[in-house]
Design a protein around this ligand. Structure first.
Ligand SMILES: [Zn+2]
Ligand SMILES: [Zn+2]
Length: 303
């Protein structure tokens, strides 16, 4: 068995196995950006960290079982359906010899293991959590200052602004290279003004000081800006960020590479193309030069 998914490879990349928000989606309007709900693989220094168990974890699991039994580290941002619904179809949990450590933010009144067991009750799924043959270990994260070692990688987390206990993650390799994942987070909740004006209003930024520090200087940011500014005005409190707010976050945190994930179900390929043009306009208006990529399932991005 290899430790923590080790395959002895010096490449560093993130692979985006699921990039849609809310529900999986397909069809003629979604040829380039259709597919699975969130699942991200971060691979550095021969070790792998998996983030979220949306339906994208199914093709990842198929890939992993071909490599033989291993110890896997799975970080769950939160337990809304789109971030866990692929877990019962994650093939490694049915292969003896595999070990899976599952980490997620502590939620008052229910343990992570109980939420996963509920999802796999017989009314919803034919195999109960206790019947799976891999060794599963669940870890409730309650200390944001804690760092979880995965081989030589360090995973840290920060609470995000979302309607349930929710986390963003940052994976740092021994060389100092890092990838952060910040999905399902409402940055600058309720703000509808110009992003240029926000730095003049420290009261607006203060509630997000921990998140801003967490993301600062990351090499690759994988994050959502699910709504255009127009859409956001009607969706305040839904737990997702506006385009302008995330563009500003990139500037404030010195982000040079932003991979946009968790595409809204209403946003098809044509709409996303327009949204990307608009994103670049907003960044220019902020005088911030960052590479922006709209994630698509199966895409690999070097770190
Ligand atoms: Zn989501
Ligand atoms: Zn959510």
């Amino acid at each position: 068995m290899s430790a923590a998914g080790q395959v002895g490879n010096s490449q560093a990349y993130c692979r985006l196995w699921g990039t849609r928000g809310s529900i999986p989606i397909s069809g003629q309007q979604f040829v380039r950006h259709g597919g699975n709900t969130p699942c991200i693989e971060v691979f550095m220094d021969g070790h792998r960290v998996i983030i979220d168990a949306g339906t994208g974890i199914y093709p990842l699991g198929q890939d992993l079982v071909k490599r033989g039994p291993a110890k896997h580290a799975l970080f769950i941002s939160h337990t809304h359906w789109d971030h866990i619904q692929g877990f019962p179809f994650f093939t490694p949990i049915y292969v003896p010899g595999n070990e899976v450590d599952i980490y997620g933010p502590a939620e008052a009144g229910s343990d992570l293991i109980d939420r996963f067991a509920d999802m796999m009750k017989h009314e919803f799924f034919p195999v109960a959590l206790k019947e799976v043959t891999a060794a599963l270990r669940f870890h409730d994260l309650d200390d944001q200052s804690a760092t979880i070692p995965i081989g030589p990688l360090a995973v840290s987390w920060v609470a995000t602004d979302h309607p349930c206990a929710s986390a963003g993650f940052r994976v740092t390799g021994p060389s100092g290279k890092s990838v952060a994942y910040l999905s399902d987070n409402e940055f600058l909740k309720g703000y509808l003004g110009m992003p240029q004006d926000v730095p003049l209003r420290p009261d607006l930024l203060e509630p997000y000081s921990r998140i801003l520090k967490f993301i600062e200087n990351v090499d690759v940011l994988i994050a959502e800006a699910q709504y255009t500014d127009e859409e956001y005005s009607g969706r305040i409190g839904w737990g997702h960020s506006s385009l302008s707010s995330l563009c500003l976050l990139c500037k404030l945190c010195n982000v040079k590479k932003w991979i946009v994930v968790h595409h809204d179900p209403l946003h098809d390929d044509a709409f996303l193309d327009q949204k990307l043009v608009h994103t670049k306009q907003i960044l220019r208006g902020l005088d911030w030069d960052a590479e922006v990529i709209h994630a698509a399932d199966g895409m690999s991005v070097p770190v």
